[in-house]
Design a protein around this ligand. Structure first.
Ligand code: PLP
Ligand code: TYF
Length: 394
């Protein structure tokens, strides 16, 4: 049987991690995988997470199964963080999932179950796991233009043109904030305009929000998505706690569905719980319980929010420093988009050859499409990257 297997294409981002590890140069710089790193290159356990874990060790008296949808307190706390206090409780179904990826997978399974012929519209470019999972599930993928390589911003007219060609019932994947890989994001008004188009054309939004708190702040990062959700009749939302709580390996995520009416809530929730059962039964609990503990304790929550704010402002400072270093070197504001982007990532606009040159000559590792992880930089390496970008002729 296993003789029949053929080699699967590796994940390019994860393959880059291995290449970086094997590089013997001690001057090497890792701007690859999307993991937050502090100025010393470490990905620390957040203070509030440590406290919540200590509390759990002391007080948890059972490890018995949770429900198929996970702990209701987790759904309640995280859905409020993501959707806001005025979330539509009478139409909101949710299941805990193994990370944001698990939420995307379960959400796409729900799409396939409800509407097997729906196409999934993805921004071009997008996180490679979006098309990979959709194609694996047999869902047809279509692409909408998103990034303007000349300006480093969103090509909104092109996006609207392309979505204007979607068929009623198609699903449109949107990055809730901090677009991966480009770093370019919709304005609040653009979110509302997208919502109007979705309504007119009968399209269903699927929002992937994996970096809430990494852009302009916890509520600011969710504002566009919330404005869209307030308008549309139904929606899916996949939220990840990997980055904003730093619980990557605990696999902590939530799939939410806003049903078109309150009487469709029960059947929607039932389908989502069933999909959990069919794929893995009960979702992982440790990370979810840590997150719930933090969000429901005023002191822990304030400490978490403060640490997240330091992470966010640190990345913004690095963006400014890199944009300034490049302005000094090229004598123009050609790289000004780096300071306007939000989140961990920016697409530099370098060719694959230039990316390879920066790796070979300077030991700087970025994804082949020239996506850099801003958090991989520090005050010492910002000028080194700026020099390398100029030397490669980007
Ligand atoms: N969506 C996007 C756009 C991401 O970049 C990530 C990455 O980390 C995820 C979802 C989900 O991450 P995880 O499965 O680690 O929660
Ligand atoms: O885009 C990134 O770098 C993060 C981490 O298969 C990641 O989202 C990358 C690849 C992958 C899973 C997570």
């Amino acid at each position: 049987m296993l003789n029949a297997l053929t080699a699967q294409a590796p994940d390019k981002i994860l393959a880059l991690m291995a290449a970086y590890r094997e590089d013997p140069r001690d001057t090497k710089i890792d701007l690859g995988v999307g993991v937050y790193k502090d100025a010393t290159g470490l990905t620390p356990v957040m203070r509030a997470v440590k406290s919540a874990e200590r509390q759990l060790v002391e007080t948890q008296d059972t490890k018995v199964y949770t429900g198929l949808a996970g702990d209701p307190a987790f759904s309640d706390a995280l859905s409020t963080l993501v959707l806001g206090a005025d979330k539509p409780v009478d139409r909101l179904a949710s299941v805990a999932t193994p990370g944001g990826t698990g939420a995307i997978r379960q959400g796409l399974e729900l799409v396939r179950m409800a509407s097997p012929d729906a196409k999934l519209w993805l921004s071009m470019p997008t996180w490679p796991n979006h098309p990979a999972i959709a194609k694996y599930l047999g869902i047809t993928v279509a692409e909408y233009r998103y990034f303007d390589t000349d300006t480093g911003g969103v090509d909104f007219d092109a996006m609207m043109d392309d979505l204007g060609r979607a068929d009623a019932g198609d699903v449109v994947m949107l990055h809730g904030c901090c677009h991966n890989p480009t770093g370019a994001n919709l304005t609040l008004d653009q979110w509302k305009t997208v919502a109007d188009l979705l309504i007119v054309r009968g399209l269903i939004p699927f929002v992937d929000i994996a970096y809430q708190g990494f852009g302009d702040g916890l509520d600011a990062d969710a504002a566009g998505m919330r404005a869209l959700l307030a308008k549309v009749p139904e929606a899916l939302i996949a939220a990840s706690c990997s980055k904003n709580f730093g619980v990557y390996r605990e696999r902590t995520g939530l799939l939410m569905a806003i049903a078109p009416s309150a009487d469709k809530l029960k059947v929607t929730q039932g389908a989502m719980s069933t999909l959990n059962r069919l794929n893995f039964s009960f979702p992982p609990d440790h990370g979810a319980r840590v997150v719930t503990t933090i969000l429901t304790d005023d002191a822990l929550r304030a400490d978490w929010a403060a640490e997240l704010e330091d992470v966010r402002s640190g990345m913004l400072g690095l963006r400014e420093a890199l944009a300034t270093a490049l302005r000094d070197r090229v004598g123009s504001d050609r790289f000004g988009f780096l300071a306007a982007h939000r989140g961990m990532f920016s697409l530099l606009g370098a060719t694959p050859d230039q990316v390879e040159m920066m790796r070979r000559d300077h030991g700087i590792y970025m994804v082949g499409d020239s996506r850099i992880n801003i958090a991989g930089l520090n005050d010492r390496t910002v000028p080194l990257l700026a020099d390398a970008i100029v030397a490669a002729g980007v």
